[in-house]
Design a protein around this ligand. Structure first.
Ligand code: ATP
Ligand code: MG
Length: 394
């Protein structure tokens, strides 16, 4: 029996004129995601996407797992392809869904006929398939309200497709339809979740990580790479810039008031990130800040950090509790990596009593001791990137 993946589109279906662009971005994203798994034919057909393996050895299990992480997809099902002949359809339905139907007590059939030339209408298809299944699986009864199992039969242009209950897709919008933004990524719990949340709204990502060797280690950097690999299963490929931050931190420590260390450091992060973001064609910055979580995330501190950047700064976690953030981190597979204990540049030189209500003019006065432009230029010039989530050879 020939099997395909049948994809139902998400929210993008609603987007009128932009729909075609969204669909073509999604098709490209699916094709790229599967390109190292074998030959798949990916095409749009009657408001669904069909993914057909060209060779028998293609790994449909892995393909399903990868596609379930692609944003813009509401639901997906593995489906079996049958000739448009009721005898064949009935037989293949019983065979293809045998295991599921053996385990169920109740079921119903739902039919959809987009090929209006097919001789039977949807209620007739349901009735015939239902009757056949009751003969083949005598333990079953029909329940149209809360069935254990739903059998779908879709009669489309070139074939009939049979499948069971669909898997939930990742939702959201296809990455690339919402612009491009640079995420400031630490090794913590929050910023990978913030990355995932913005990618879910269709934002393509560039990642920027500040490292302070020798205070931070190569293993801390490797941890960020592994976090981003997890994120890229959802967000697609991205570049990760590592920016050397030691000199800036040492100068702030030497020349500025201790209680303003963190806020001044964060303003430098914004400036450097913005410079790289502009070069990468990004229109916004993203951080994993959540209001009140730490001293640098009070409303005044965030305000004071914000004005160092001219780009909009998105903070998708701003109103979330840590427990809510952790739940997402578990779901996207970043939590276990995030809790590995390596130093982040934010946790070195932290003042004992940081100012929680910094006032911008005082912060600027402290910063005037530093050559801001030169320091930012120097660290961004020295930034290096690696590619994350690219298939080999690309
Ligand atoms: P996270 O769990 O993401 O590390 P956090 O609660 O530890 O966040 P902070 O350390 O104050 O909070 O950092 C706030 C935000 O600043 C992070 O979510 C991230 O966006 C950014 N950030 C912190 N450290 C770095 C870093 N080394 N490189 C890049 N961005 C960073
Ligand atoms: Mg952190």
């Amino acid at each position: 029996m020939k099997e395909i993946l049948l994809i139902k589109l998400g929210e993008m279906v609603l987007k009128g004129l932009n729909r075609k662009i969204f669909e073509s971005i999604l098709l490209r994203r699916i094709s790229y995601t599967l390109s190292d798994l074998g030959n798949f034919d990916v095409r749009l057909a009657q408001s669904a996407i069909m993914i057909t393996p060209d060779d028998a050895g293609a790994d449909l299990e892995e393909a399903t797992d990868r596609v379930s992480k692609i944003f813009g997809i509401a639901a997906l099902s593995r489906a079996c392809v049958a000739d448009k002949d009721m005898d064949v359809i009935k037989r293949q339905t019983a065979e293809y869904l045998a295991q599921e139907l053996e385990e169920a007590h109740t079921f119903k059939v739902e039919a959809k006929r987009s090929d209006k030339k097919f001789l039977l209408n949807s209620p007739q298809i349901c009735q015939q398939v239902g009757e056949y299944l009751l003969e083949q699986f005598p333990h079953l009864t029909v329940d149209v309200h809360h069935p254990d199992s739903i059998v779908y039969v879709e009669i489309r242009d070139y074939a009939a497709y049979i499948h069971g209950r669909a898997l939930q897709g990742a939702g959201g919008m296809p990455v690339g339809t919402g612009g491009k933004a640079a995420v400031l990524i630490s090794g913590g719990i929050d910023s990978p979740v913030a990355s995932w949340m913005m990618a879910k709204r269709g934002v393509e990502l560039t990642a920027i990580h500040f490292a302070s060797p020798p205070y931070t280690s190569a293993r801390a950097e490797d941890k960020v790479v592994r976090l981003l690999r997890q994120v890229s299963a959802y967000s697609g490929r991205m570049k990760m810039y590592t920016v050397p931050f030691t000199k800036i931190q040492e100068q702030i420590r030497a020349k500025c008031s201790e209680d303003l260390f963190t806020i001044i450091m964060r303003r430098f992060m914004m400036r450097a990130a913005e410079r790289i973001a502009q070069k990468e064609g990004c229109s916004a910055l993203i951080t994993g800040e959540s209001l009140g979580q730490v001293a640098s995330q009070t409303m005044q501190a965030i305000g004071c950090t914000d004005i160092a950047a001219t780009m909009p700064v998105f903070r998708p976690l701003i109103g979330m509790d840590k427990t809510e953030i952790i739940a997402i981190a578990h779901r996207i597979g970043t939590f276990d990596i995030s809790i590995e204990p390596y130093e982040d540049c934010c946790t070195i030189f932290t003042p004992k009593h940081p100012k929680t209500k910094p006032i911008p003019v005082f912060v600027e006065k402290e910063e005037s001791e530093l050559n801001i432009d030169e320091l930012v230029q120097e660290c961004t010039d020295a930034a290096r990137y690696i590619k994350i989530g690219y298939h080999s050879g690309q």
